[in-house]
Ligand binder design. Structure first.
Ligand code: GLP
Length: 250
């Protein structure tokens, strides 16, 4: 894992957005598709605010550009403002399509939790990632307990896309950030890509912003081998992971 420290968060967002844009552009210029793994939560929003206009104004033909999201809540409809589907529509997919109509909404993927058969949907999602040729670059945030996507502590390093339960701690944090502090409104379950699924991405960029992530990042960076107690530690097994942080003395 390579760690990149950029103290100014705005500069960090611009740097990461530019980096991802260049990776997408390079593939598309060579007539190769590009699949971006998208994350939700507050962390990537600043990057999306930069990346969407870059892609939008690029003049690139985005018909070879695909996206797969990490996870989705069970129990919220796609139209619920707190669903990850709605979050992506608002912050990425629709603004990009408006700026560059070659971007196809049919090329976006997120687990469909409205299904009667979530286990089947997990298999379908895994299959769709494979059929699409895998993920070129996966963006990740990190939870204060070390979760990535909704892989909570105790998740196995070889886990695949599956139905997971969301920890009390994670629900509390997400309640404060997105559900006006009301934990009863935060779903207890989700469909999440597994850690094994995430590790198959050819490149991973994890972003850790702000002091609330210092403790978990310090624990993570002091590990020599992965532990199920800190799901993000399985990234130690990945050959092409960069961590961008705005925290000094990491
Ligand atoms: C959420 C998401 C994760 C996200 C994490 C951190 O629960 N499922 O994908 O990375 O928590 O969120 P934030 O970026 O708001 O700190």
């Amino acid at each position: 894992m390579q760690i990149v420290h950029i103290a100014d968060t705005t500069k960090l967002n611009t740097t990461v957005a530019r980096y991802i844009f260049d990776r997408i552009k390079s593939n598309l210029h060579q007539n190769r598709p590009f699949t971006l793994g998208l994350a939700t939560g507050s962390t990537p929003l600043g990057i999306y605010r930069e990346l969407v206009p870059l892609l939008g104004a690029s003049g690139l033909d985005l018909s070879g550009f695909y996206t797969f999201n990490l996870d989705e809540y069970i129990g919220l409809t796609q139209h619920h403002p707190n669903s990850y589907h709605a979050e992506m529509m608002t912050n990425f997919w629709l603004p990009l399509q408006k700026l560059n109509p070659t971007f196809k909404l049919e090329h976006t993927h997120i687990p469909d939790t409205s299904t009667q058969n979530p286990d089947e949907e997990c298999k379908t999602y895994e299959h769709a990632i494979q059929k699409n040729g895998g993920i070129d670059l996966q963006i990740l945030g990190i939870g204060t307990n070390g979760h990535i996507a909704f892989n909570e502590p105790g998740s196995r390093g070889d886990s695949r896309t599956r139905v997971v339960s969301i920890n009390e701690e994670t629900r509390k944090v997400n309640a404060d950030k997105f559900f006006a502090g009301d934990i009863s409104k935060v779903p207890t379950h989700a469909i999440s890509m597994g850690i094994g699924t995430i590790l198959e991405a050819r490149e991973i960029v994890l972003i850790a912003l702000g002091e609330s992530k210092r403790e978990i990042m310090t624990r993570l960076l002091n590990l020599v081998e992965p532990t199920e107690n800190i799901p993000a530690s399985f990234l130690l097994q990945h050959k092409n992971t960069k961590i961008y942080t705005d925290m000094s003395n990491m």
